[in-house]
Design a protein around this ligand. Structure first.
Ligand code: UD1
Length: 423
């Protein structure tokens, strides 16, 4: 298994290009299943999760070609010749469940394995299933698979009120509702920029959707959807991650294509911590104001709150802040697996349930550490950039799921970082 070696090397300076959003792309790709006409995505990120979704769609009979070095995905689902999403592919990635709604809506039936994905607590899919049931689907859980059937006339519009906000369940229900008979109203829907991106793509395909970006989305079902071309929105999590690099080790970095409106709650916390963020024409210019950042308290929330996917990286920053910060994780249980690894690097962190108390130390020290999930792995790289000596991050395959060219992007702004090939 490959590892990444990072050596603290002082201030960073230069530009980091930000890719298209993994999480948007992973829901835009299954949207191809809704139509027999071609759908093309541009600005796609080059990531192993995208290759997994490609393999899954291909296994269902869709054609997916990665063009222009993977930045363009040309897809066509003219012939869906297999309606079973197999465990062997689905187990690699939780987002695989997003094929369920579109397949059911277009083909009237689907069999989808229950998903795997990051080991960040129990992550059920009950809300996805309840929404589809409300639209008339008959669902049965058998042998680790969801066996789903639409009524003979197809899915029916329904009022679906989510008991709490779920990004994936909103996406699945939104896609399914585009082809359902009548009106669907999704209440307490997720408002993430990735949902807005999906809605905009579906609108280009002919879907009738209103209210995306608010907590009530109304969808008027249509008989069929066409094709289209859509540019994947900027990855706000990759953006936030690289914004933390100059915050952690000093210097000035511009994250190309970055927009404050994608990350307002996060930018507010950076401001409180003493990190300057300036919107320029090129993107977001970020620099640390003093020698050390100040402690801040962070609570993760659905959008527009502070994203759970930036909690681990923010913790890496706060490990060397002046004072004590309290981080509360409200979206996922068991999402502090990076804490023991940061402690190995000299951080002072106390975890109690969903709360981590971080008391800043002067400097972290390099150590061998283990990546435990996607965002945890990148938090260890950030910590390594600020640490004295060498940090070896093992199990970096997690990183390949969500960050393209991480070594090259950081090297280009002056970081000392290297990927070592394992057996
Ligand atoms: C998506 C993102 C992930 C991000 C998360 C929260 C993708 C591919 N992944 O994940 O990176 O961390 O949003 O912003 O877009 N839940 C249930 N039942 C369900 C569905 C969810 O109990 O049927 C729970 C989850 O366990 C979690 C919470 O709801 O505690 C929110 O999860 P959700 O918003 O659905 O996350 P994902 O869509 O899986």
């Amino acid at each position: 298994m490959d590892s990444i070696v990072v050596t603290g090397n002082g201030a960073l300076s230069g530009d980091i290009p930000i890719a298209g959003a993994k999480n948007a792309c992973l829901t835009l790709m299954p949207a191809t299943l809704l139509s027999d006409e071609p759908l093309t995505l541009t600005n796609a990120p080059r990531l192993s999760d995208i290759r997994t979704m490609t393999a899954l769609l291909q296994s269902l009979g869709a054609e997916v070609s990665a063009l222009q070095d993977g930045q363009v995905l040309a897809m066509s689902s003219h012939d869906l010749n297999n309606l079973t999403a197999d465990y062997d592919i689905v187990r690699k990635m939780r987002a695989s469940i997003l094929v369920l709604g579109p397949m059911l809506a277009r083909a009237g039936q689907a069999v989808v394995s229950l998903p795997g994905g990051c080991a960040i607590g129990a992550r059920p899919v009950d809300l996805h299933l309840k929404a589809l049931e409300a639209m008339g689907a008959d669902l049965e859980l058998r042998d680790g698979y969801v066996h789903a059937k639409a009524p003979s006339g197809g899915l029916k519009g329904a009022v679906v009120e989510f008991p709490f906000v779920s990004v994936g369940a909103t996406e699945n229900a939104l896609m399914a509702a585009t082809l359902a008979k009548g009106t669907t109203v999704l209440k307490n829907a997720a408002r993430e920029p990735e949902i807005v991106d999906l809605a905009q793509c579906l609108q280009k395909m002919g879907a009738q959707i209103e209210g995306e970006g608010t907590s009530t989305i109304t969808i008027q079902g249509v008989d069929r959807l066409g094709g289209g071309t859509h540019r994947v929105v900027t990855d706000r999590i990759e953006l936030g991650t690289y914004m933390l690099a100059p915050a952690v080790c000093g210097g000035e970095v511009t994250c190309l294509g970055g927009r404050i409106d994608l990350l307002e709650a996060f930018c507010e916390k950076l401001d409180q911590a003493g990190v300057s963020v300036e919107q320029t024409e090129k993107g977001l210019k970020v620099s640390r104001k003093g020698d050390r950042v100040r402690a801040v308290d962070v609570t993760t929330e659905p959008y527009p709150g502070f994203p759970t996917d930036l909690q681990a990286q923010m913790m890496a920053l706060l490990c060397t802040a002046e004072g004590t910060s309290v981080l509360e994780e409200k979206i996922f249980e068991n999402r502090f697996m990076h804490a023991p690894e940061l402690i190995r690097m000299g951080a002072s962190i106390d975890v109690h349930g969903g709360t981590a108390t971080v008391t800043g130390v002067d400097r972290l020290k390099g150590a061998p550490v283990m990546a435990t999930d996607l965002r945890a792995s990148v938090s260890l790289i950030l910590a390594g950039l600020a640490a004295e000596g060498e940090t070896i991050v093992n199990r970096v395959y997690h990183l390949d799921r969500g960050y393209e060219h991480v070594v090259r992007k950081l090297e280009n702004v002056g970081a000392k970082i290297e990927r070592i090939k394992g057996e």
